[in-house]
Design a protein around this ligand. Structure first.
Ligand SMILES: CC(C)(COP(=O)(O)OP(=O)(O)OC[C@H]1O[C@@H](n2cnc3c(N)ncnc32)[C@H](O)[C@@H]1OP(=O)(O)O)[C@@H](O)C(=O)NCCC(=O)NCCSC(=O)/C=C/c1ccc(O)cc1
Length: 547
């Protein structure tokens, strides 16, 4: 054993020489980097290599209509669509496609087609406003869009047209004859997706992920899979337009799982779907766990098929997990930690024993390294139990933010720019479990959705009766956090909280709405003009008006 390995603590993974945490799990299995392969081909190859998967096993179910798509149909539809988009529409490798859709069975088919063609996918939240969408479109510069009959009106025109996923036209593309064309060679290092995130500060940015980045998160999920005899039946309440949903959609194919697709989240409909389709696993964000743990709504549903629940996207309190586990004692409660800039989860609890570490986001995945960095002194490599900013290195880390070298170099750091600063204040305990304690980054998480304060502050400052404003997270039991504004009014202004909330609500997607307002005489700022959010937090709970 060399000196470096012998310095690694076998319980926490902390190397006392390099001061880096190493994964104690088995390394993930990825093909050599120079083998041409798309993330879609990788997922399909894992499925095909698994113990003789039945071609007619279920791939997708529409939870509302019961429409089923088997894996053989899924493959046929994907191939037909790929061929159509290439030979008729004229899409080619390197083009970008903007996608504006709620969760539909058509979305995984579209993702697999575009990825196998080498077309970069860029999905966004369909409840975004027109102005939010025009910002995203400017970032990713698409040649085509895929939308639905309810979202298409928000889009500008593109070089190619906008195709409606819920149209007979799209259905016919998925059954059109497959043309004999040369294979498109997609390299693992090619761009696969542009996913939206506000990162540690500022406005929304486009995180660029390669095929290999996506393959790495699929490999992580496969490594942590709980073994079962028959294929799993999964229900995702998490949207396909976030990395949580995107990475889970890819891993479900790799693991031959069936995905029960819900168009819009509704707790009763979700419970009915679990009962009707004998769902074994659900992936969801903390607000749904809170409701499952505490609401009477679950009474009367047969949820006996449930074996596992995965929660991610935002932290979850220990008391909620305790209430959940008391209600569902036979369900393994899996917690994970992931960020858009790393294509999904890098920490996860594996198996029943690890899941008992309530409040922890799990242990580091195989192939990853982590560092805890003191945010005040910059001291790299704090030991187990010490709190600091979490930095991560590994095969799923993004290439950068599209068209934003400044934000990229502030986020991808270290001598070779391979360490990702997460902006989360965390500690890793003596057994290697991650605990997220607080946030350094300027971000609000409303129901697991990112709300960048800078965007709301800009809007508030555009109001003629507002002199200055700052927005911070305010704790909320169900949503996790809600955006709260501190506002300095013009001297003689009588502007009231509800008017301010209404002014912002008209311009943003519903999850970004300001839900609390407090009036102050000045916004605390550093000498350099940076808002001192910590000082604002000290003012809580303020005299405020609530929506
Ligand atoms: C199912 C949730 C929890 C709740 O649904 P909802 O209550 O309908 O809320 P929405 O977020 O859909 O919509 C927000 C608001 O917009 C409203 N809305 C909605 N659609 C409309 C409409 N068409 N018209 C008008 N109003 C509307 C909706 O009613 C709601 O209003 P309000 O009641 O005031 O909150 C939903 O918020 C949700 O899926 N959140 C999860 C988001 C999420 O996936 N985040 C993860 C980001 S990626 C990440 O962090 C990765 C982590 C990860 C971790 C571990 C891993 O292993 C891998 C990955």
């Amino acid at each position: 054993m060399d000196q470096e390995n012998s310095s690694v603590d076998p319980r926490s993974g902390f190397n006392s020489v390099t001061r880096i945490f190493h994964s104690l799990r088995l390394p993930i299995d990825l093909p050599p980097e120079d083998t041409p392969m798309s993330a879609a081909a990788y997922s399909l190859s894992l499925r095909n290599n698994s113990q003789s998967p039945c071609p007619d096993s279920l791939a997708l179910i529409n939870s509302a209509t019961g429409q089923r798509v088997s894996y053989s149909e899924f493959t046929r539809k994907t191939q037909s669509l790929t061929s159509y988009l290439r030979s008729v529409t004229g899409l080619s490798k390197g083009d970008t496609a903007f996608i504006l859709s709620q969760n539909l069975v058509q979305v995984p088919i579209l993702y697999f087609s575009l990825l196998s063609l080498g077309v970069v996918i860029s999905p966004a939240n369909p409840i975004s406003t027109d102005s939010e969408i025009s910002w995203l479109v400017r970032l990713c510069n698409p040649v085509i869009a895929f939308a639905t009959s309810s979202t298409a009106h928000k889009l500008p025109t593109f070089r190619f047209k906008t195709i409606l996923l819920d149209s007979p036209e799209f259905d016919s593309m998925t059954i059109s004859p497959v043309q004999k064309l040369d294979r498109v060679e997609v390299c693992q290092s090619d761009l696969a997706a542009i996913m939206y995130s506000s990162g540690t500060t500022g406005k929304v940015k486009g995180a660029t992920l390669t095929h290999r980045n996506l393959m790495a998160v699929v490999a992580v999920s496969c490594a942590n899979r709980m073994k079962r005899e028959s294929p799993d039946m999964l229900l995702y309440t998490v949207p396909y337009f976030h990395v949580f949903g995107l990475s889970y959609c890819l891993k479900s194919v790799a693991l031959n799982e069936a995905q029960v697709v819900m168009e819009r989240f509704d707790l009763r409909k979700m419970l009915r779907a679990v009962e009707e389709f004998r769902v074994t696993h659900v992936a969801l964000a903390p607000p749904v766990v809170v409701r499952m743990a505490k609401s009477d709504v679950i009474d009367g549903y047969d949820l006996s098929s449930l074996e596992g629940v995965t929660s991610g996207g935002a932290p979850l309190g220990k008391d909620v997990i305790a209430a959940f586990v008391a209600r569902f004692p036979s369900v393994v409660f899996v917690q994970g930690y992931g960020v858009t800039e790393a294509a999904g989860g890098m920490f996860i609890t594996a198996g029943k024993e690890e899941s008992l570490h309530w409040g922890s986001a799990g242990r580091l995945a195989g192939g990853f390294e982590a560092k805890i960095v003191d945010p005040d002194t910059g001291d790299h490599g704090l030991p187990p139990g010490s709190q600091g900013e979490l930095w991560i290195k590994g095969p799923s880390i993004m290439k950068g933010y599209v068209g934003d070298p400044e934000a990229t170099s502030a986020t991808l750091v270290g001598a070779d720019g391979t360490w990702l600063r997460t902006g989360d204040l965390c500690y890793i305990d003596k057994e290697g479990f991650l605990f997220v304690a607080d946030r350094l980054k300027e971000l609000i998480k409303y129901k697991g959705n990112q709300v960048p304060p800078a965007e709301l502050e800009q809007l508030l400052q555009s109001h003629p009766e507002i002199v200055d404003a700052a927005v911070i997270p305010y704790p909320d039991e169900e949503a996790g956090e809600v955006p709260m504004a501190f506002v300095v009014r013009q001297p003689r202004s009588n502007l009231a909280g509800p008017e301010i909330m209404d002014f912002v609500a008209k311009q943003v997607a519903p999850y970004k709405k300001i839900r609390r307002v407090a009036f102050v005489t000045s916004i605390p700022k550093s000498a350099a003009g940076k808002i001192l959010r910590k000082d604002l937090r000290k003012l809580l709970p303020p005299t405020s008006s609530r929506l």
